[in-house]
Design a protein around this ligand. Sequence first.
Ligand code: SAM
Length: 266
Amino acid sequence: MASLSDSSFAAISEYFHRVSGIRLTASKRALVLSRLQRLALDQGIGDLDEFVRLLVKGQLPAGLQVSVVDKLTTNETYFFREPAHFEDLRRRIAERQGSEEFRIWSAASSSGEEAYSIAMVLADKLGSAAWRIHGTDLSTAVVESARQGLYSLERARNVPESYLKRFCLRGEGPYEGQLLIDRSLRERVEFQCANLMKELPALPMFDVIFLRNVLIYFENGPKADIVRRVIGRLKPEGVLYTGHAESLAGLNLPLVSRAPAVYQHA
Ligand SMILES: C[S@@+](CC[C@H](N)C(=O)[O-])C[C@H]1O[C@@H](n2cnc3c(N)ncnc32)[C@H](O)[C@@H]1O
């Protein structure tokens, strides 16, 4: 059984904080150990302390550094998570005026369930009108899987039956037990890597931004920086959704709360 010394845990925490902005607390130690063990063994390195030493000195291949970040991020997500936001979105679309392209950003999109849930609502409510969704995430692994739009059927239990019929293809043969998001939706959803802690890639202005269940990993300073950076891409009348378990209280942000976890520019 591999072990991780106190100083190696401190070093990997520091490294991950530098790269992602997220602090790994002591409670994450067993998780770090189990997630890095496989990667280290694949490199023929049985000693995790040695693996961490090479990592922080930048002496591991670049691709492997990306894999470490992929392993240490928490990507839990599911379709139609926190349904109140989808109700709010439906209502706003119904009240919307004008025919400009309607754009939504899933700003920590993980494996894509959030972005495709939004796409189903837009396809339902806006049909063939102009709309587009961008999904971004720090982890290259989840961005790649989001692009595929292929999920196990079990993960689709919150997808309304009518949406399953209209927007998902049930896998057959080798794809039995899986569903594929219909091409008409996939074509309107674009995924790319972006680190919310760093300068953002070129992105358009958005009507709605989903920034959910990612702020929870940050302390107040970086959390406020992320929100400021993200709302720089929000249109004047736009809406920001955060996770219901996340608080923006005390961050002194130029936002007003419209409902729980629903914000607009002040
Ligand atoms: C728990 S998932 C939330 C997914 C989705 N928004 C939801 O609410 O279901 C958090 C995601 O944030 C991403 N993440 C963590 N730090 C990030 C950063 N600095 N920049 C961009 N994404 C980040 C992780 O890779 C992970 O996929």
